[in-house]
Structure formats: structure tokens, C-alpha cells
Design a protein around this ligand. Structure first.
Ligand SMILES: [Zn+2]
Length: 488
């Protein structure tokens, strides 16, 4: 008999439809009436809050403080860094009017044109740079490290929930330093912090390193990225940090008086992670029964479903509450809503809750717990309440270890090393996955990759056994290895 799945589309049938079915099945978000925008529902937002908590604690260890800057950036300010403005010019939303009025036909039309149009931030280097220029006077004011949690808008032509939306939520950190060395250390430090979050909290295998020249953040000297493989073999850029050199300091005139009393430009960095991380959790850990959440980002570790029939109600509920209390330090939800227990159980399976308990009169009488683990497979188990409580950490660790291992296997099985461009072209004609190659940085490779919709994701220091040092495109000596992939 064919196994029934909680998600009506299988990953193997249509990955994109499956992705959207998981989002709907777990009730994470839905499309907005505004094209390209999304509504994040409470369960999706609760996951985002968990992600925020993890990132905030990392930011603290680097001495970064949270603050808030305006949504609007005057266009003349936005345009001060040439590479930056040309990089974002094609996706920036602009406010040009400040009122609406009803015309003779009853339609509302914008009136009162603004003297100076306002860009809606696609990122905040310029508006924060303007404040940095005011706040920084002396070397004593450095380093300055701030972060904001906010929304940004980038006019997206091909939106996809959580991965690319016109408006999205993120954190953007911005720092200023007296020396290039300090600023590079900061950008590298945050890069390493992101790697740690991706590996330890999101349980994902990743590749991390510098972006090639043509893929850098507009205006950056260096961009560092973390790239993960999704289950369809495509790459997802997880988070980025940028060393900006003096580029933004010069554009925004951010100067400080050094200890030697010389007036000098600061060196800046910026770094960010978005709600796209939720997309990565769905696409990397999800299965044909829905979402799978690493315990670090799961709003509930355990959901208890009371099985209530008439007069048993109070004793069953009491037992559930006792169990909740005993699971100290674990996020537990008791769901006694008047839906069938079977429906509720599949609902929480689709939501990726690691452990689901069903408690009826039999469990109360025998002092036991009936529970279902989301990982490694969905099977009902029974044990004494004492045994369940004492093994809860092990059960959650096993859940996490399974997710980590599954993603590691998918990544390893679909990552290969190649030494000929023909092999790369042949591979991507029929497959998705990561291909590691040597490349000297020449544009010859880029034009060939463009034809097959493949991009250079990042440099990698992966210790492979590729002893040949020739660039895959031009044959010249190439020091560095790069990851090639089709990407989101
Ligand atoms: Zn080359």
C-alpha cells in the first residue's frame, strides 16, 4: 500500500509546489493582495522570533547594539556612493507624493508632489552612514557597532515566499572602525558567527567564503557569504557580511581624529540575515509530511494533545499539566481545542513539532505517555511518564542529529569536483547540485555559465584532492576553488 503523506504534493513530483504546500500546511504565511508581498502568520513569526533571539545573542558577543533608523532615504543621500546606487537602481521604490485626492470620477490620485523624492530603504548603509558622520568625531568614538531589525523593500520581479519578496524582514548590522584590520576582523567575525548559526542552530551543512568580484554587494571591497544546498540541489545564499573599506566613509564623509591628531576616514562593515532563513529551513529539512524544525527554532518542542471523553476531562487535563510542569525548560503546548485528536496530530506533524504526545484516560491510569517523534520517523511509542521526562533531552537531540545528518548526506551526495568545463556543462544540463572547480577569476567562465543559468556561489577552502591547478575556463594557473550551482 502506498504511504499516505501529510503534504499533498511530493518533493520528488514538484519541488516548488511542495514548498508552497508546506508553507500552507504549517500555516507559516500566505500571499498578500499586494503583489510580491507576504503575510507572515503567527506560527511563521514565532519561528522568526526564535531566529532573532539566536542572532541577537551573537550580536551581543560582538558588542553590537540594536537601534532604529528611518524607512526613507532622501534620493540624493542614497546616490552618494556610485557603485551602491547603480547596484540598487533597478529595484528601488520611491515615494514621490504626500497626499491623495479624489478626482471628478471619484478615483483617488496622488497629489502634492514632494520637492525631494524619498527612496524606501533597500538597505541602510547611506542613512546610517549619515548618522555615523555626526556621531563619530574622535578615535575614542570607535569602534561603533549598531544593528537594526527592520523591513526593506526591493522591487522584485519574480517573488517567492520567504526567499524573495518585495518587502522582507531582516537584521542589518553596521560598524565603523579606526583601521582596516579591525574592520576586516569584524566582517570576518560576523561571517564566522553566521556560519556557526547555520551549522549549530539551523543544523545545515554549508559552504562559506568570499563572493567573486562580480557577485559582491554594491560598494563593498569584499563580501563573505554562507551558501547551503536545498533538497532540489539548488544553492541558497543564507547571510552575507561585507567589508566596505573607506568607500562609504568617503561617500558620507565619516571622519575621525586619530590619536596622532590626524583627520582620517573610518573603515566600515555591514552584515545581514533575512526571513529567507525560514525558507532555508523549509527547503533543507522539510519532507513529504511537511516542516521539520530544529529544536533551536521550534516554537514548541512538545505538543500535548489531551484525549477527552466526557467525565474524564479534568483528570486528563490535570495529568497533561503535570507532564508540562515536569518538562522543565522545554517549550510545551497543551492543545485542548475541540478538534479531533487525529486531525490535530497531523496538523502538528505538518508544523514540524519534534514531539507530539497523546494523553487519554489509559495514560492517566497507567502513569504513561504515548508520544510520536517527528524524526527519525513518525511512529507511536509508549513509556512511563518518568522515563519520558528523563529522556526528553535525548529525544530532542536525536531529532536534531537526524536532521543534521540528513542534510549533510544530501549535500555530500550532490557535491562533486570537476576539472573540465565540458563536464560542468554536461552535468548542469541534466542535474542540480554543487560543483567545485578551480577558477582564476577570468570572465570566460562567467559567459559560459550564464548560458546554463549557473552562477559562481563563493570561494571555498574545501580540502579536496584536486591537485591540478589549472583554471577550468582558460587553463591558466588558478589558486582558488569555487562552488558553482544553480541558485535561488
Ligand atoms: Zn581562467
Amino acid at each position: 500500500m502506498k504511504k499516505r503523506h501529510a503534504i499533498h504534493v511530493l518533493r520528488s513530483e514538484n519541488f516548488s509546489d511542495w514548498y508552497h504546500a508546506v508553507i500552507a500546511g504549517a500555516d507559516l504565511a500566505e500571499r498578500s493582495d499586494v503583489r510580491g508581498c507576504m503575510i507572515i502568520k503567527p506560527y511563521g513569526y514565532a519561528i522568526w522570533e526564535k531566529v532573532q533571539g539566536i542572532i541577537n545573542s551573537k550580536l551581543k558577543t560582538y558588542g553590537v547594539q540594536n537601534c532604529y533608523f528611518p524607512l526613507f532615504v532622501p534620493i540624493d543621500v542614497f546616490a552618494k556612493e556610485a557603485e551602491h546606487v547603480s547596484g540598487f537602481a533597478k529595484e528601488v521604490a520611491v515615494v514621490t507624493h504626500s497626499r491623495i485626492e479624489q478626482d471628478a470620477d471619484g478615483n483617488f490620485i496622488p497629489t502634492s508632489p514632494l520637492e525631494h523624492a524619498l527612496a524606501i530603504r533597500p538597505t541602510s548603509e547611506m542613512i546610517i552612514g549619515a548618522s555615523f558622520a555626526k556621531w563619530i568625531n574622535s578615535y575614542r568614538d570607535l569602534p561603533l557597532k549598531v544593528n537594526q531589525w527592520c523591513n526593506v523593500v526591493r522591487w522584485e520581479m519574480r517573488p517567492r515566499m520567504f526567499l524573495r519578496t518585495m518587502e522582507f524582514l531582516w537584521q542589518e548590522g553596521h560598524t565603523a572602525h579606526a583601521t582596516a584590520k579591525e574592520a576586516i576582523e569584524m566582517a570576518n567575525g560576523m561571517h564566522n558567527a553566521y556560519i556557526d548559526i547555520v551549522k549549530s542552530s539551523l543544523l545545515l551543512t554549508c559552504f562559506a567564503g568570499k563572493k567573486p568580484e562580480h557577485e559582491k554587494f554594491p560598494g563593498a571591497v569584499d563580501t563573505y557569504t554562507v551558501e547551503c544546498m536545498m533538497q532540489d540541489g539548488r544553492a541558497l545564499q543564507m547571510c552575507t557580511s561585507h567589508y566596505l573599506g573607506k568607500n562609504f566613509a568617503k561617500a558620507m564623509n565619516i571622519k575621525f581624529q586619530s590619536a596622532e591628531e590626524k583627520l582620517e576616514y573610518v573603515y566600515t562593515t555591514s552584515f545581514g540575515a533575512t526571513t529567507r532563513l525560514i525558507g532555508s529551513i523549509i527547503m533543507a529539512h522539510g519532507d513529504d509530511d511537511g516542516l521539520n524544525l530544529p529544536t533551536c527554532v521550534a516554537p514548541y518542542h512538545v505538543v500535548i494533545l489531551p484525549i477527552i471523553r466526557g467525565e474524564e476531562k479534568s483528570s486528563v487535563l490535570e495529568y497533561c499539566e503535570k507532564l508540562q510542569k515536569m518538562l522543565d525548560g522545554i517549550d510545551v503546548l497543551i492543545d485542548s481545542a475541540d478538534y479531533s485528536v487525529a486531525d490535530k496530530k497531523w496538523n502538528y506533524i505538518r508544523k514540524g513539532v519534534p514531539i507530539i504526545c497523546e494523553i487519554g484516560l489509559m495514560e492517566v491510569k497507567q502513569n504513561t505517555v504515548c508520544y510520536t517523534l517527528r524524526q527519525p520517523e513518525i511512529v507511536k511509542q509508549f513509556c512511563s511518564m518518568h522515563e519520558f521526562v528523563s529522556s526528553i533531552s535525548d529525544l530532542l537531540n536525536k531529532h536534531d542529529a537526524t536532521l543534521r545528518e540528513k542534510h549533510k548526506q544530501v549535500t555530500e551526495q550532490n557535491t562533486m569536483h570537476m576539472t573540465s568545463l565540458a563536464d560542468v556543462q554536461e552535468y548542469f544540463a541534466h542535474n542540480t547540485g554543487f560543483v567545485v572547480v578551480r577558477w582564476c577569476g577570468c570572465t570566460g567562465l562567467l559567459s559560459e555559465l550564464e548560458k546554463i543559468s549557473v552562477t559562481v556561489r563563493c570561494q571555498t577552502c574545501d580540502n579536496c584532492d584536486m591537485h591540478e591547478c589549472a583554471c577550468i575556463a582558460c587553463g591558466k594557473k588558478a589558486e582558488n576553488l569555487y562552488i558553482l550551482a544553480k541558485a535561488y
